[in-house]
Design a binder for this molecule. Structure first.
Ligand code: SAM
Ligand code: SF4
Ligand code: SF4
Length: 333
């Protein structure tokens, strides 16, 4: 099954909640996600059975990798049960989760026992003050580091650690992060600050380019490029010349990778999005709840994918009018 740009469907990213215990300034700024913000009502969230059904159909269409995300996926009650259900679907070779790590110490064992393969943990700085101000709820670095270690101990590694770099905020902390994670076996990845949604006040000037990050680290700890692990890998990989491990750079803004984008995203309320920057999705929840069978669901996904032509990051500069777009916490990163 190919879209209009000959891209197959391979990855399914499922947001299991739009709620989060953090208010990262680049994702859910407090001004927009305050105490009066209305999150999705419980009844609107896909149930685990509905997610399982959707995933089975997606797998029959070519999906091999499934990632649970959010919002913060560990805020969804009973999340390990969902992992257990998805683990039973033949054909899923990679079952992963992206989390802010704040509750991982509590959940790592049950996630691993349920069959999760790996976790990616978001951590933007190793400097406590910088991190606390970036998550904007005062959560300390230590809690996340403990979560990372708990996950590694439970067998959820190698762990990818994702850091969004924003100029004037944590760009100065890049080297310190690289130094901290060298030799730990965890893979640190730097992500360019993206213009997802419309609430994070994104400006091109705030983006620290992947090239700039690379130069910064290379000057202190020499790096060598590595081959991608698989076709369509979004992170460019580099290994430390002294053998202390590898890092990744996800340069979604300055070096877009739409040509290899094989991802379908499902929001917590069951809308399907063929691009992170889409302004609208296809409502699958009503279909799931309509009583029609899997064949109808399959046809809808086939049609959606066949029509797909998205390549937002490659044509970003043409979108200066910034049309309405869904938020990262809603669609899942
Ligand atoms: N709450 C979980 C977490 O933070 O890992 C999962 C959801 S979060 C939306 C997924 C990823 O998106 C995180 O790694 C986060 O850093 C990233 N992200 C959010 N907003 C972003 C932005 N404006 N630019 C780049 N990455 C962003
Ligand atoms: Fe929450 Fe993740 Fe967004 Fe931060 S990036 S506010 S942890 S959903
Ligand atoms: Fe995929 Fe859209 Fe990102 Fe391009 S901009 S890589 S099509 S999600």
């Amino acid at each position: 099954m190919l879209d209009t740009r000959n891209r197959p469907l391979r990855d399914l990213r499922i947001s299991v909640t739009d709620r989060c215990n953090f208010r990262c300034t680049y994702c859910m700024p407090k001004e927009a996600f305050g105490s009066d913000y209305e999150f999705l009502p419980r009844a609107n969230l896909l149930t685990f059975e509905e997610i399982d059904r959707l995933a089975r159909v997606a797998v029959s269409l070519g999906v091999t990798k499934v990632r649970l995300t959010g919002g913060e996926p560990l805020m969804r009650a009973g999340i390990s049960s969902l992992v257990r259900m998805l683990r039973e679907i033949p054909g899923i070779t990679d079952l992963t989760m992206t989390t802010n790590g704040s509750m991982l110490t509590r959940h790592a064992d049950s996630l691993a026992a349920a069959g999760l393969d790996r976790v990616s943990v978001s951590l933007d700085a190793i400097d406590d003050d910088v991190f606390r101000s970036m998550n904007d709820v005062g959560f300390g670095v230590r809690g996340v580091l403990e979560g990372i270690e708990a996950a590694a101990y439970a067998g959820l590694g190698p762990i990818k650690i994702n850091a969004v770099v924003k100029r004037g905020v944590n760009a100065h902390a890049v080297l310190e992060m690289a130094r901290y994670f060298r030799g730990t076996g965890h893979i640190l990845r730097f992500i360019e600050f993206m213009d997802v949604g419309t609430k994070n006040g994104w400006r091109l000037d705030d983006v620290v380019s992947g090239m700039e990050i690379l130069r910064l680290i290379h000057a202190r700890f020499p790096l060598e490029p590595m081959e991608p692990m698989y076709a369509g890998e979004v992170a460019r990989r580099y290994r430390y010349a002294d053998g202390a491990g590898e890092i990744g750079i996800i340069a979604s803004v300055t070096a877009p990778f739409c040509g290899g984008c094989t991802r379908l995203r499902i929001s917590a309320e069951g809308s399907a999005y063929t691009c992170l920057f889409a302004s609208s999705g296809r409502n699958l929840r009503s279909l799931l709840r309509s009583g029609s069978g899997d064949a109808a669901l399959q046809t809808t996904l086939e049609e959606l994918w066949a029509e797909r032509s998205d390549r937002y990051s490659e044509v970003r500069s043409e979108h200066t009018d910034r049309p309405e777009r869904v938020e990262m916490s809603y669609i899942g990163g």
